[in-house]
Design a protein around this ligand. Sequence first.
Ligand code: HEM
Length: 455
Amino acid sequence: MTAPTRSEGVSGNSPIPSLGFRDNVSGILAARRDQLGFIQYAAAQGDIVRMRLGGLPMVLINHPDYFQHVLVDAHAHYDKDNFLYRAVQTVFRGGLVSNPGGERWRVRRRMMQPSFNRGSIVDFTPGMTELTGGLLRKWADRRDPGAVVDVSGDIGDLTLKIVLRSLFGVEAGADVRAFERNFLELNTIVGNFFRMPFPPLGRRPRLRALIQEMDDFVDRLIRARQADPQERRDLFAALLNGTHGPDGGVFTQEELLGEILSTIVSGYETSSHSIAWVFYRLARHPEVQHRVQEEVDRVLEGRVPTLESLARMPYTRMVIDETLRLHTPAWQTMRRALRDDEIGGYRVPRGSSVYLNFLTYHRHPGFWPDPERFDPERFTPENSARRPRNVYQPFGSGPRFCIGKYFALTEIHLVTAMLAQLFTVSVPAGQPPVGFAPLVTLHPKGGIRLHLTPR
Ligand code: HEM
């Protein structure tokens, strides 16, 4: 069933269809057992539906017109001050991703934007390829080349190193694995908040301990930078100086920690899962892998990729786009209605939590034929042009779209091309399909492990 549109007789006063009592009760239970399955079930009931997830009331929307309305056209009537982001705020304390919005968000976004513009990405690419080359050498020099590789773990290290070097001018030390472990545990606790919203997160001792350890990591970075006499003009410098002109609003020490932490985490984690899923898809679809290798060999002729050469590897990019459709790592977001509104002819009362799930959205059968099938051909220019605007948006849309979109796409493309140059990936015999672990972000359950054979 798809909810009728206004032209089909829904007036601006119509209440949003609700899942039935039984469904809502099972939603509370399912949130503990199978959160993802329940969300998929709810989305299949209509393009706009009221539901409870783990007891928390929300309005699920799942149609391009509704996404366009909430994220773009009426964005000023929605903010992020809702229970999902309040939970995340416990960790990020005003950081851009979870910042409620308004002028304080705008000032931060403006301050950080230059570090994500094309000019900055051009500067970052040599560092990205150098660090990737280091990992590929480590893989090539393994003592046991037949052993299965923990791709998720190694790529997590790589993307964390890339963010630290590119945005903060820091060479990662031995403490990156501990940082990643801490963040995984933290992500699990905050993700579980949907299953068990009480007691408030801020009072959970283990969470406080983890935040403290991550703060200490950031604090070490700040002290090292402050002791460095060399003057730099990177994101770190902009954040430290709090230089955002006449608007004022210099960070407190607490907010500075939160912003750096939020940038590091948003910058490494989603990209890391994306790259690991791309490798997994290449391994699962040898014919696709073959085409990627053929394109990469033809364009690069053994050279290291550059930003310029990426544009000449469109098939590899199609594979990445299709992977991000099926394995959207930033799989959910939420907005709060700041005033009474109307979506698709339905009344949305002020204060409603509007829930957007990119994973169900990218599998909407009305826009994606045979949605579960992995098919990079969906992203040829002709096929993309046939779909409605906004139906594909792994990086969100509107003013709060991902600030790191081009950073991430460049990184994923470079790493994929370099892998394809040197290795053929394959799934270990007998390995079952890898599922999802729905935390705040979406993880490959148990991680991605593959065989890597030198070409
Ligand atoms: C494949 C990788 C990535 C994906 C899928 C992704 C996805 C997203 C999405 C969907 C949003 C919008 C959320 C919303 O509207 O509520 C977002 C926001 C954001 N992302 Fe990413 N992201 C990725 C990589 C990155 C990277 C590499 C960085 C930084 C280095 C980054 C930093 C941010 C920040 C700071 C925001 C908040 C922007 C704002 O509210 O103004 N992301 N991301």
